[in-house]
Design a protein around this ligand. Structure first.
Ligand SMILES: [Zn+2]
Length: 144
């Protein structure tokens, strides 16, 4: 398996950015380091969020369906500061599936302004490994 470049230094004992409550080294770290493949669509989703927070663009490219990955994927200027990930729902995307969807909310700040990304992401298994295809943006529910 080809090793991917990860930004260094990555503090392996720090809490994983995906919010699992586990250490990075016991959560998304091995995926980003190319030591393991995410075994489910939701695991891949979490690891890609972590990759965004760590600006691990090689990993994002490697886990993006080649026909959908933007060619200009790279650091945003100014870079967003990622605040947290919440998985709302996931369907299929397990060991016996070839596709799956994960709905999530990711919160981030750009230049001091808070944003909220609510996306339903589509994943497929490509040559045995989960990749991100694309996403739709469910209408934000009205909350009282
Ligand atoms: Zn994680």
């Amino acid at each position: 398996m080809a090793r991917l470049n990860t930004p260094s230094p990555v503090v392996k004992t720090s809490a994983c950015p995906c919010g699992s409550g586990k250490a990075l080294a016991e959560c998304c770290g091995p995926y980003l380091a190319g030591e393991a493949h995410a075994e489910s669509a939701e695991r891949l989703m979490r690891s890609r969020y972590t990759a965004f927070t760590l600006e691990a663009y090689d990993y994002l490219r490697a886990t993006w369906h080649p026909e959908h990955c933007p060619s200009d994927l790279g650091p945003d200027d100014p870079p967003p500061r990622w605040l947290g990930l919440r998985i709302l729902a996931s369907s299929a995307g397990g060991p016996d599936d070839d596709q799956g969807t994960v709905e999530f909310v990711a919160r981030y700040k750009i230049g001091g302004r808070a944003h909220r990304l609510h996306e339903r992401s589509r994943f497929i298994r490509l040559e045995g490994h989960w990749v991100y295809v694309d996403g739709t943006f469910p209408a934000t529910r009205t909350t009282n």
